[in-house]
Design a protein. Structure first.
Length: 212
């Protein structure tokens, strides 16, 4: 009896961009149009929500003060700690990254869609993703617009925003590794972002269905 042919591996897109660039909106648009979106930030939130798999390891590593009254990670406290204490940042990453990686692998095995999109804020900083995905797409934005959006969205202190951005790859570094770019700068209106995202979606669809 002849064995069935293996399923073709889906096209894999790594989607990244700095804080406030709009990558979540782009990912949502792609999902609405049939892409399978695997968001590492969302997975991290699930792991650190009340009852999440990371809560007890975090409590043991950082103490009860880092867990809020609802049993979730106090993200504001942790953010303040890791952006002022490099050792704590390394400790947090050592704890969380393997758990996130396991969840990403499980999700990638479960979902297919028209193609797969891995949303990874620190994709450029973590060189392993270059080998994992077929293409890297950067949601590109100027720094002044990033700061303005983050302040409007979360009310974070400008000094903290500066520290967060300083810990991320520069705009130049992201663009240097990009195979595809979706511009979402201060001059981009919502309709333009939709049009640019859907145009990129059509391009990836054509690649995903191209003969091997």
């Amino acid at each position: 009896m002849t064995s069935p042919a293996p399923l073709q591996q889906p096209l894999k897109i790594g989607l990244t961009g700095g804080i406030g660039s709009g990558k979540t909106r782009v990912a949502d648009l792609l999902a609405e149009n049939g892409a399978a979106v695997i968001d590492t930030d969302l997975i991290a939130h699930q792991l650190t929500a009340p009852g999440g798999a990371a809560i007890e390891p975090l409590r043991q590593a950082f103490g009860d003060g880092m867990i809020d009254a609802n049993g979730a990670l106090d993200r504001a406290k942790m953010r303040e700690l890791v952006f002022t204490n490099p050792q704590a940042k390394t400790q947090l990453e050592t704890l969380l990254h393997p758990m996130i990686g396991h969840s990403v692998n499980a999700e990638a095995d479960r979902v297919r869609g028209l193609y797969q999109v891995f949303v990874v804020p620190l994709l450029v900083e973590n060189g392993r993703w270059r080998q994992r995905v077929d293409r890297i797409c950067v949601v590109d934005c100027d720094e002044a617009t990033q700061v303005r959006r983050v302040q409007a969205r979360s009310g974070l202190d400008p000094a903290l925003i500066d520290r967060i951005m300083a810990a991320q790859a520069t705009r130049t570094a992201r663009l240097a590794v990009a195979d595809d770019v979706i511009l979402n700068d201060g001059a981009t209106d919502p309709d333009q972002l939709v049009q640019r995202t859907l145009a990129q979606h059509q391009h990836w669809l054509a690649m995903a269905h191209a003969p091997c």
